[in-house]
Design a protein around this ligand. Structure first.
Ligand SMILES: C/C(=C\COP(=O)(O)O)CCC[C@H](C)CCC[C@H](C)CCCC(C)C
Ligand SMILES: Nc1ccn([C@@H]2O[C@H](COP(=O)(O)OP(=O)(O)O)[C@@H](O)[C@H]2O)c(=O)n1
Length: 300
C-alpha cells in the first residue's frame, strides 16, 4: 500500500467543507499517487484559489522575520563597537588591540549571523543592509559631518576621522560584496571574510607581538604574522564551512575541501605579505585575492 501522507491543515480545513460531501472530523490521510479522492481534487482547486493568500502570508512572515534579524544584527554591530570603546576607556585593553579585535569579530560575527535571516531569496538584501548602514556611518564620520568619537577611537589607528574612509570602509565594502554576491550557499564569500577578518586580524596581533623575524621581501611584515594568518585563516574557513554545511546550506566534499582551503589560505597570506599596502589596502587585496582563488577552487 502506498505510503500515506498527512494533509496540511489548510487541506484538512478544505476537506471538511460540506461542498465535498465529506464530514472529515480529523485530518484525512491521502495516498500521494493515483487514488485522488474528490476531496483532494476539491482541495487542489481550492488551494489554487487560495494560493495567493498563502503566498502573501508567507511573504509577510519572511519580511517581518528579516526586518527583525536586521535590527538585531545592527544592534549587535553597535554594541560591539561600544563594548570595545568602553574596554579601551577603562584601560582594560590597549586601543591597538581593541581595534584589531573589532576587526576580527565584526566580520566573523556577521557571517555567523546569516542563518538568522529567513530562507527567502530577498533575505540577503536585508542582511546587506547592516554593512550598508555601517558603511554610511563610516562615511558620515570620516567626512566629519557628524563625528562620533566612540566609533573614531574604536576603529582608527591614530584617532583621525579620515582614517575611517580607508581600511574600515574597504572592510565594510568587502562584507557587502560577500553577502550580496555569495551569501550562504557559496563557500567563496565566507572564506574571503575568514581570511580578511580572522587571518589578517590575527596576523597583526601575532606579528606585532612575535614578529622579530621579518619577511625578506617586506620588512614591515614578519614570518610570525604571515604563518599566523595562514593557520588561523585556514581553520576559521574550515569552521565556517562546517557551520554552514551542518545547517544544510552547503554540501561539502571534505576529501577535497581541506586541500582547496589550504591553497586559498596560502594565496591570501602571500598577497597580504606583499609590500603593496601603501598602494592597495589589505582590506581590498586580501578579500579580492581570496574570492578569486576560492572561486577557481570551488567553482561556485
Ligand atoms: C577596525 C575595522 C577595520 C579596520 O581594518 P584595518 O585598517 O585594521 O585593516 C573594522 C570596522 C568595523 C565596522 C566599524 C563595523 C562593521 C559591523 C558589521 C558590518 C556588522 C557586525 C555585526 C555583528 C553581529 C557584530
Ligand atoms: N603578515 C604580517 C601582518 C602584520 N604584521 C604586523 O602587524 C602590523 C600591522 O599590519 P598591517 O599593516 O597589515 O595592518 P592592517 O592593515 O591589517 O591593519 C605590521 O606593522 C606588523 O607589525 C606582521 O608582522 N606580519
Amino acid at each position: 500500500m502506498a505510503a500515506t501522507l498527512p494533509i496540511s491543515p489548510i487541506s484538512h480545513k478544505l476537506c471538511r467543507s460540506s461542498r465535498f460531501g465529506h464530514n472529515a472530523s480529523t485530518p484525512r490521510f491521502c495516498s500521494p499517487i493515483f487514488s485522488i479522492s474528490p476531496c483532494l481534487i476539491g482541495t487542489a482547486s481550492e488551494l489554487r484559489a487560495r494560493l495567493p493568500l498563502v503566498s502573501s502570508a508567507v511573504t509577510t512572515n519572511s519580511i517581518l522575520h528579516d526586518v527583525g534579524a536586521t535590527v538585531a544584527v545592527l544592534g549587535g554591530a553597535y554594541a560591539l563597537v561600544l563594548s570595545f570603546d568602553s574596554l579601551t576607556k577603562r584601560n582594560v585593553i590597549p586601543q591597538s588591540l581593541s581595534r584589531k579585535l573589532v576587526h576580527i569579530l565584526s566580520g566573523l560575527l556577521f557571517v555567523l549571523s546569516w542563518p538568522i535571516f529567513s530562507g527567502s531569496s530577498e533575505a540577503r538584501y536585508f542582511a546587506a543592509f547592516v554593512p550598508l548602514v555601517n558603511g554610511l556611518r563610516l562615511v558620515i564620520n570620516g567626512l566629519s559631518i557628524s563625528p562620533n568619537s566612540t566609533l573614531i577611537k574604536s576603529v582608527t589607528r591614530e584617532g583621525r576621522p579620515e582614517e575611517l574612509l580607508k581600511g574600515p570602509l574597504f572592510y565594510v565594502i568587502a562584507l557587502l560584496v560577500s553577502v550580496l554576491f555569495f551569501w550562504r550557499k557559496s563557500p567563496v564569500g565566507m572564506i574571503s571574510l575568514a581570511m580578511m577578518c580572522g587571518g589578517d586580524g590575527i596576523a597583526d596581533i601575532m606579528g606585532r607581538k612575535f614578529g622579530s623575524a621579518k619577511l625578506p621581501y617586506n620588512p614591515r611584515k614578519s614570518w610570525a604574522g604571515s604563518i599566523s594568518m595562514f593557520i588561523f585563516g585556514f581553520f576559521i574557513s574550515i569552521g565556517l564551512l562546517y557551520y554552514y554545511s551542518s545547517l544544510g546550506y552547503l554540501h561539502i566534499n571534505w576529501d577535497t575541501t581541506f586541500g582547496k582551503v589550504a591553497i586559498v589560505s596560502m594565496v591570501a597570506t602571500v598577497v597580504e605579505s606583499l609590500p603593496i599596502t601603501d598602494q592597495l589596502d589589505d582590506n581590498v587585496s586580501v578579500p579580492l585575492a581570496t574570492i578569486l582563488a576560492a572561486y577557481l577552487s570551488f567553482g561556485y
